[in-house]
Design a protein around this ligand. Structure first.
Ligand code: HEC
Ligand code: HEC
Ligand code: HEC
Length: 434
């Protein structure tokens, strides 16, 4: 890259004396390609903000060539090839075709895309950003010939025309418009969170037709926490126990940049978001997202007082674990990483005391991470040294229910116990992932 820039500089120096002869307004080949190059680069950054790779690049697959299976309520679909290959990718798309697919969920040939492609969020993307993304996918991505795979959804559910009605009911067309009375950072944060970041596609609860029940902060359910694919995506509102109420602005920025802070660590489906998207954000964009999220009023709380740390009762059980089934499992399998004090060694090893995910009513994430461990967090190319191991082969359903009930009660966490049936259900539904 540096070399190309240097080369470009040299070309410009040679070209400059002749510039006067070029009619005003016409770009020389050199300046035009510099402008194009900058647009492609901006598009590459935007593709990271939008985390297009999370879905369009299959594990070990070629970048953006598709093929990843995704489960939907109707069956499995396969993500498509968005490299600029003319036959199998989007090489034949004009900028207008591309913008329509991105923001309205309609492919070039007119068929409606399933909303597993988060176009209800991308609808907010500005014309300028859509243009830069198009430039990146046409000129910054290598074409790959790889045919798309038919979905496993059976007739008649595989008919796509009903999606037109879905869109009429749930798609809010029109790019994000700055909210008057809010500052630049807040509006930038809102644009990123609601739009390219598509945070709500995991963090906002869904309604009966699988639609996100709110697409911005005007609905109180927005980002209030939701279960998707066996992971509970946390409450991101200002709620003080299960949300981000006890997190400072700096805590939140640290989490988005590094995947961990003094309160919690990223795991499950959030790991990919940190690996591919938020850690690549520039400081201004991370600060904007934090400003916006920190402005969301508390939602979905249970009225309990804010958490305060109290290790006393838990320490007593851990000193004499013989009579407490949960304490027994904890001392044998968890304590060397998460600590007697429940504080782990944050940010390296996640704390469990006061952790919003541990306090949340829905225990799915806790069960899932205990059964299956978590995918590696990779920050600046370095995988985390002590990722949470999976215990599916070591602990039975009863032991997992016991240890998690212990953790949820421990250190004054005050979260409800969980039953063995909940563990059995997740063991079954996440079997394929093991
Ligand atoms: C959460 C997963 C997900 C993310 C993130 C995602 N996509 Fe998609 N995208 C899909 C799926 C699934 C389809 C195919 C849907 C279908 O076949 O109905 C698709 C289809 C498309 C298509 C239509 C191409 C075709 O022939 O089907 C385009 C263009 C596209 N995506 C662009 C993007 C861009 C650009 C980004 C990033 C800004 C992005 N996508 C992010 C899941 C995703
Ligand atoms: C693919 C689904 C998915 C997407 C998209 C996603 N998240 Fe998450 N997120 C999760 C899950 C699951 C968790 C719970 C596990 C954890 O704490 O890492 C989580 C946790 C978090 C947490 C930690 C909260 C806590 O209490 O520990 C923050 C902060 C967060 N997400 C912010 C965001 C932001 C900002 C975006 C958009 C840029 C986003 N997430 C997009 C799935 C997602
Ligand atoms: C080798 C160290 C290690 C051991 C042993 C371990 N964990 Fe973990 N655990 C982690 C790390 C590290 C994380 C944060 C996610 C990551 O980076 O993989 C974590 C995350 C968690 C979380 C999610 C916390 C959050 O941030 O929201 C829970 C719940 C959890 N562990 C429970 C357990 C239980 C229960 C056991 C024992 C059965 C256990 N862990 C054993 C290292 C460990």
């Amino acid at each position: 890259m540096k070399n190309t820039l240097k080369g470009l500089g040299a070309v410009l120096c040679v070209a400059l004396p002749f510039l006067a002869q070029v009619p005003a307004g016409a770009a020389t080949p050199a300046t035009r390609s510099a402008a194009d190059q900058a647009l492609v680069q901006r598009g590459a950054y935007l593709a990271q903000l939008g985390d297009c790779a999370a879905c369009h690049t299959a594990p070990k697959g070629k970048p953006f060539a598709g093929g990843l299976p995704m489960s939907t309520p109707m069956g499995r679909i396969y993500v498509t090839n968005i490299t600029p290959d003319a036959q199998t990718g989007i090489g034949g798309y004009t900028e207008a075709d591309f913008a329509r697919a991105l923001r309205e969920g309609v492919a070039k040939d007119g068929h409606n895309l399933y909303p597993a492609m988060p176009y209800p969020s991308y609808a907010k993307v500005s014309d300028d950003d859509a243009k830069a993304l198009y430039a990146f996918f046409m000129h910054g991505v290598a074409p790959v010939q790889q045919a798309n795979r038919e979905s496993d959804i059976k007739w008649p559910l595989n008919m796509r025309w009903p999606l037109k009605f879905w869109n009429m009911a749930f798609l809010e067309k029109g790019a994000y418009r700055d909210k008057p009375g809010k500052d630049v950072a807040w509006n930038r944060g809102a644009y990123l969170v609601q739009g390219l970041g598509h945070c709500g596609s995991c963090h906002t609860p869904r309604g009966v037709a699988f639609q996100e029940s709110a697409l911005d902060e005007s609905g109180s359910a927005f980002l209030s926490g939701a279960l998707l694919d066996g992971w509970f995506a946390s409450n991101l509102t200002g709620e003080h126990n299960t949300g981000l109420g006890r997190w400072s602005d700096e805590d939140l920025r640290t989490f988005l940049k590094t995947g961990a802070n003094r309160h919690a660590s990223a795991f499950g489906s959030m790991t990919g978001v940190i690996n591919n998207s938020t850690q690549a954000m520039n400081d201004q964009d991370v600060a904007a997202i934090s400003t916006y999220l920190k402005s969301l009023p508390p939602a979905s709380g249970n009225g309990a007082a804010p958490y305060t740390y109290d290790p006393q009762a838990t320490k007593v059980s851990l000193d004499r674990p013989a009579h407490d089934a949960g304490a027994r499992v904890y001392t044998a399998y968890c304590m060397h990483c998460h600590g007697v004090d429940g504080r782990g060694f944050a940010p390296m090893l996640a704390p469990l005391a006061g952790n919003p995910n541990v306090l949340a009513k829905d225990a799915s994430s806790l069960i899932n991470v205990t059964l299956n461990g978590t995918g590696d967090l990779v920050i600046n190319g370095m995988p985390s040294p002590f990722p949470m191991p999976g215990f599916a082969a070591v602990l039975d359903d009863q032991q997992i229910a016991d240890v998690l009930s212990f953790v949820r009660a421990g250190w004054n966490n005050g979260a409800p116990a969980l039953g063995v049936a909940e563990v059995a259900k997740l063991r079954q539904s996440t079997r394929a992932a093991r």
